[in-house]
Design a binder for this molecule. Structure first.
Ligand code: NAD
Ligand code: UDP
Length: 310
């Protein structure tokens, strides 16, 4: 049996990835310090003999005895509210954590995959975003703590590949949503769904003309799993290319929930990207991957999960 380590394993995506790896026949060791994660995300695994958990901050040296075949490095605050509240921890996990995690992979002769982000493209001047685009990031703006940490993490990953010959992969994740997101993590999906289910005003930042493209979590995890099994080392965008404005997105959520919420407009956060849509040609050509869950179905599942928790 192969063993995988998932850092950030008690988070939204780390816990879904863990479920998939267990289904694929891996033993999984989750590592998390719960800074933005939740023990409830992995509660259903407590009696699974192939699952174990280590509570640890991955910016500290990671010591795990025994064989490890793959390290998935997902630890990092991920929502704008979280990384604005945790700027130093975000920079540390992207830098020190992304020294320790590939270091663990190197010591064990394991594969390594880093969860990078569309934020590497910043407020993009190329649309849709291809992996060749180098981005438009403000290093000293409030989002710089996340964007630059992830850009550093990609550079570190490529250094471990080029100089230490570690079998590394880089996924650039575009806005992903689904069950197990924290209701109050500030990201647009839990924010709007929570507001709609409570019939409260929906808080549109700016005029709502900025665009995003939303991927359902099972599609994303499928792309990541396929990437982990590939021999491709350059970054790969994984996301859903269906793009809509934030105002259209709010209206969609109001319709699906049957809410009486009205839209309210608040200031646009500094450096909020104006447009975002992944070009997923590379994922299709290299991995044979494209998303299969449309927004209507994904949102319906997500809303059903949030409903009893609001
Ligand atoms: P999340 O906040 O639910 O999960 C992150 C997990 O990392 C949490 O459980 C947190 O406690 C843990 N963590 C943070 N710092 C740590 C540290 N120093 N040591 C140990 N554990 C630590 O967020 P998520 O949406 O699941 O994001 C997971 C990864 O995917 C992140 O690296 C994020 O940057 C990346 N990503 C997510 C999205 C998305 O749309 N969800 C988009 C782009 C990139
Ligand atoms: N947004 C919004 N209202 C909210 C939360 C977010 O209008 O209550 C907007 C935000 O300004 C951004 C988009 O929704 O343009 C997506 O925000 P999110 O925090 O989910 O992630 P981002 O894509 O900015 O990293």
């Amino acid at each position: 049996m192969k063993t995988a380590v998932v850092t950030g394993g008690a988070g939204f995506l780390g816990s879904h990835l863990t479920d998939r790896l267990l289904k694929e026949g891996f033993a999984v060791i989750g590592v998390d310090n719960f800074i933005t994660g939740n023990p409830a995300n992995v509660e259903h695994l407590k009696d699974n003999k192939n699952y174990s958990f280590i509570e640890q901050d991955v910016t500290k040296y990671i010591d795990i005895p025994g064989d490890i075949n793959f390290v998935f490095h997902f630890a990092s605050p991920a929502s704008p509210i979280d990384y604005l509240e945790l700027p130093i921890q975000t920079l540390k996990v992207g830098s020190l954590g992304t020294h320790n995690a590939p270091g663990l992979a190197k010591a064990k002769g394991a594969g390594f995959l880093i969860a990078s982000t569309s934020e590497c493209y910043g407020d993009p001047l190329v649309h849709p975003q291809t992996e060749e685009y180098w981005g438009n990031v403000n290093p000293i703006g409030p989002r710089g703590v996340y964007d630059e940490a992830k850009r550093f993490a990609e550079a570190m990953t490529m250094a471990y590949h080029r100089y230490h010959k570690v079998d590394t992969k880089i996924v650039r994740i575009f806005n992903t949503y689904g069950p197990r997101m924290r209701l109050k993590d500030g990201r647009v999906v839990p924010a709007f769904v929570g507001q709609a289910l409570r019939n409260e005003p929906i808080t549109i930042f700016g005029e709502g003309t900025q665009t995003r493209s939303f991927c359902y979590c099972s599609d994303l995890i499928d792309g990541i799993y396929k990437l982990s099994q590939s021999d491709f080392h350059e970054p790969v965008n994984i996301g859903n290319p269906v793009e809509l404005t934030i105002k259209e997105f709010a209206e969609r959520i109001i319709r699906i929930t049957g809410s009486s919420s009205k839209l309210t407009y608040l200031p646009l956060p500094t450096d909020d990207p104006k447009q975002r849509r992944p070009d997923i040609t590379r994922a299709w050509q290299r991995l044979g991957w494209k998303p299969v869950i449309d927004l209507e179905k994904g949102l319906t599942e997500t809303i059903a999960w949030f409903k009893p928790r609001v």
